[in-house]
Design a protein around this ligand. Structure first.
Ligand code: EGV
Length: 381
């Protein structure tokens, strides 16, 4: 029998992160996009070396520690062009803190922003939270052709998450080049959130070289938090062009003085380990978990994978005719936590009504158990 019980309204989380909170204590937490797989042997060695890294971080000038960390991370992911930039790199506790700083900066010069749709809901929430008016930019439209210059002129900024969360779609180099040229032409700030970049080789082309060459006013938010299971020790980098014309450094200084040099040093070591083979291993790991999920749901009537080619650490599943919230609730009763997708579609929530997002950066056994539970729930047995 299909499970029809739904949660009382009062208990229903208000945003995606509140759904993720509910999952935090479960061994079958397939909800949030943070990395929760086991450490690899190479990563265990780095954790074992933390006392030595502490001592080293105490001794080294902060600027040196910061530079070494973002250099190792950005070069791992093909972002060599940043080396020659005259722009600035601001370290933040997380990419959402970087986002908040960007939002507060934008609202000093503009009242509206063109924002990718769908995307993770804390982005529209942070932007509208400072009073910006949001104009949806459909993902299919972004990939199709140039944007309407009149629309670009009507906003202060266009914001694109690439690879996108949750679809995994990547803005290819030719589209980035064209968009940057349009932004230069219309004097619109181009902001990119590349938090999931590490998983997707198609997004390892040199974005900074393209942005810099365009002359547009650009901002990039980089995130170390999605790749490695570092217990929420992470950095978000807010990187911007010299001509960006936003008070990013002033607002950053309202919020923090600096990120812990221990965390920065640890991130550098994880990036070095990744460059020595760990990144390729991580890609194989996520691909294997994706296969477990896709194969485990094969043949279930109504199930579809709308973005089967995505390589990021989350996968979307269309669950058929039943509301995803009902499937979410039935899974929750089995202590399996996923994410219903309405709120990714911040402008038109119905579009996500029959879709769940499952996290893949988890131990393989959790993926297998969650997949099995989802199969049972969908087959009604
Ligand atoms: C994802 C958690 C925040 C966010 C998770 C995420 N929420 N920061 N409010 O980091 O895809 O699950 O991005």
């Amino acid at each position: 029998m299909a499970q029809t019980k739904t949660e009382p309204v009062a208990e229903r989380p208000a945003n995606l992160t509140q759904f993720e909170f509910l999952a935090l204590n479960s061994a079958l937490n397939l909800a949030d996009g943070h990395a929760r797989q086991h450490l690899t042997p190479g990563q265990v060695r780095i954790v074992d070396e933390l006392p030595a890294l502490w001592a080293e971080s105490v001794k080294s000038p902060v600027e040196e520690v910061e530079d070494a960390a973002h250099r190792a991370f950005l070069e791992l992911l093909g972002q060599h062009g940043y080396r020659t930039l005259a722009g600035q790199v601001l370290s933040c506790y997380s990419s959402s803190v970087a986002m908040e700083i960007l939002a507060r900066s934008l609202v000093t010069v503009s009242d509206s922003i063109l924002l990718l749709h769908p995307t993770f809901d804390n982005i529209p929430d942070i932007l509208s939270g400072v009073g910006l008016r949001l104009v949806p930019l459909e993902e299919t439209r972004l990939h199709e052709a140039d944007l309407d210059p009149a629309v670009l002129r009507s906003v202060g900024c266009v914001f694109v998450t690439t690879p996108n969360n949750p679809t995994g779609r990547v803005l290819p180099p030719d589209r980035l080049r064209a968009l940057a040229a349009q932004c230069a032409e219309t004097d619109t700030v181009l902001a990119l959130d590349t938090s999931f970049r590490g998983f997707e080789p198609a997004s390892h082309y040199d974005h900074y070289a393209i942005l810099d060459e365009s002359g547009c006013r650009w901002v990039v938010i980089e995130d170390t938090g999605k790749l490695w299971p570092t217990l929420e020790l992470k950095v978000g980098w807010l990187i911007s062009a010299p001509n960006v014309g936003l008070p990013l450094a002033d607002i950053h200084s309202d919020i923090l003085l600096g990120v812990s040099p221990l965390v920065l040093s640890m991130i550098r070591r994880f990036a070095e380990d990744a460059a020595g083979g760990g990144l390729a291993e991580l890609h194989r790991f996520i691909a294997a978990n994706r296969r477990t999920l896709q194969e485990g749901l094969a043949g279930v009537p109504g199930v579809a994978f709308p973005y089967p080619g995505s390589r990021t650490s989350v996968e979307l599943v269309d669950v058929g005719d039943r509301p995803a919230l009902e499937v979410w609730s039935a899974l929750r009763q089995r202590n399996v936590f996923t994410l219903p997708c309405q709120q990714f579609h911040w402008a038109t929530p119905v579009e996500g009504e029959h879709r769940l997002r499952l996290a893949l950066a988890r131990p393989p056994a959790a993926i297998a158990a969650g997949t099995k539970a989802l199969r049972h729930v969908l087959l009604g047995d």
